[in-house]
Write a protein that binds this ligand. Structure first.
Ligand code: ATP
Ligand code: MG
Length: 450
């Protein structure tokens, strides 16, 4: 137990809502601790993403104390206390994973043949609870009663040394919940911690266990890995330990092949960009990232289909369906994401066209900005013509009359009577829009964030 004067966690850095929840629990006679990433990040002098509370109050007790409370989860029953858009998660202390009690209610702890925990709703005390947490750094408790930190597993020393260490026997712990493999990667990447050797060794050998994790849960984990500001570091580790292969087999195979070069560069550039945006507090979307991720396999399959006679847009749509269907059994990408992904990909083909008034219609599309960003990224790594990206950059800076002139099909070839709809061949060097007057012009408001 580390008393208040011997650590740097101050209530000033804990959210008001989390404090409110803890005080109310304490006032009702329960124990209340800040736990997990909140304690870890505060000890590291970082700003926690969220604040999780652990208590000896049962979920039903918590619900009685808070009007604004919902119970969630079957596998792990938890209370969510709502303050507007802020949610404070309150978990009841659980009995240890390891115990195989004789006469306990076997509907509360359910494991499969491989040792995977399917459900765990047996409640316990704080000194049971600590041993079922994953890493020592995540198993620290800050007591609202006297502001001390309770450290059963040596987490404070590990945090000071920058070591990520699984509690208990690493192999057993990964088997109980293979998502811990990805959590190891995520925390190593996010915290810049060294993974302790015994914790690290099974990361590669047990990677195939990821196959047994429900694809929807993997989707959630993948979002955290790639969209939390440490995407590049996470990606490097996922590839190193063979997790990436489990998650995105088709992408992984392509990245490893000779043809993979532009797609490796594309993915890396996109992750770098995402990390920068998160650091600058700008919004990031899974649609863009997953489009970049799937772009290589989709493009290559589309090329085959075109070869077999499908028109380009049709080929791309068919390829996207095939590639994403195959992907669903590993990481389930929900339809609300795959639908706009396909739109973003198809728009890449449409952006090849630079003549005719229809071209201007693309500028007003909801996803134009994302499509344009994607095109620029592709141009940067040699997957698209830089002159084409430049055309779209300049087009946005023109006023309406200039735009019409810039896409005029008669431009340059006034005599040949080309029609407005004449398409530009795929990949052809686009003509640049003329600029008569240099006039800096802001991009349309609202057209840019998706
Ligand atoms: P983040 O900064 O991403 O929120 P976190 O450590 O708070 O990191 P959460 O996923 O919010 O991570 O989980 C909160 C705590 O619950 C963890 O710190 C850990 O103690 C425990 N926990 C979460 N998932 C697992 C798991 N799969 N196995 C064991 N313990 C877990
Ligand atoms: Mg958390």
């Amino acid at each position: 137990m580390i008393p208040r004067p011997e650590h740097n966690i101050s209530r000033a850095n804990i959210s008001r809502n989390a404090l409110k929840v803890m005080y109310r629990l304490r006032d009702a006679g329960y124990q209340a601790f800040l736990v997990g990433g909140g304690v870890r990040d505060l000890l590291l002098g970082r700003e926690p993403k969220d604040f999780d509370i652990a208590t000896d109050a049962h979920p039903e007790d918590v619900r009685r104390l808070f009007r604004n409370c919902r119970l969630i989860g079957r596998r792990f029953r938890l209370a969510h206390v709502f303050f507007g858009r802020d949610i404070v998660e309150v978990a009841t202390f659980r009995a240890s994973d390891q115990e195989e009690g004789g006469d306990e209610d076997d509907t509360l702890l359910v494991k499969d043949e491989e040792g995977r925990i399917l459900r765990d709703n047996r409640y316990g005390t704080i000194d049971d609870d600590v041993w079922r947490r994953d890493f020592t750094a995540n198993a620290l408790y800050y007591n609202i009663e006297d502001f001390s930190i309770w450290d059963y597993a040596g987490g404070v020393d590990d945090i000071r040394a920058g070591v990520l260490r699984l509690i208990g026997d690493p192999e057993d712990r990964y088997r109980e919940d293979p998502v811990r493999l990805l959590r190891a990667v995520r925390f190593a990447a996010k915290l810049g911690f060294r993974v302790e050797p015994e914790t690290e060794q099974p990361l590669t050998t047990l990677a195939p266990l990821l196959e047994s994790v429900p694809p929807a849960r993997l989707f959630d984990e993948v979002l955290k890995l790639f969209l939390s500001g440490h995407g590049v570091a996470s990606y490097d580790l996922l590839r190193r330990y063979g997790h990436f292969h489990q998650l995105f087999p088709a992408v992984d195979r392509l990245l490893d092949s000779e043809a993979g070069e532009p797609y490796r560069a594309l993915l890396l550039a996109s992750l770098q960009n995402t990390d920068q945006r998160v650091a600058a507090d700008e919004p990031v979307t899974p649609v863009f990232l997953f489009s970049v991720l799937m772009w290589g396999p989709v493009r290559r399959r589309a090329a085959e289909l075109e070869e077999a006679g499908e028109p380009p847009i049709q080929a791309l749509l068919l390829a996207a369906d095939e590639v994403m269907d195959a992907q669903q059994s590993q990481v389930a990408i929900p339809r609300r994401i795959t639908a706009p992904m396909k739109e973003l990909m198809v728009t890449q083909l449409k952006l090849n066209r630079t003549r005719g008034k229809r071209v201007l219609g693309l500028l007003g599309q909801t996803r134009f900005r994302a499509a344009y960003d994607f095109l620029c990224l592709r141009a940067k790594v040699g997957d698209a013509d830089p002159a084409l990206a430049e055309f779209w950059t300049q087009l946005q800076e023109l006023d309406e009359a200039q735009r019409i002139a810039a896409v005029d099909p008669g431009r340059r070839r006034p005599a040949d009577g080309a029609t407005e709809e004449q398409p530009q061949a795929d990949g052809e060097d686009p003509a640049r829009p003329r600029r008569r007057r240099r006039r800096p012009r802001r991009r349309k408001p609202g057209g840019g964030t998706d």
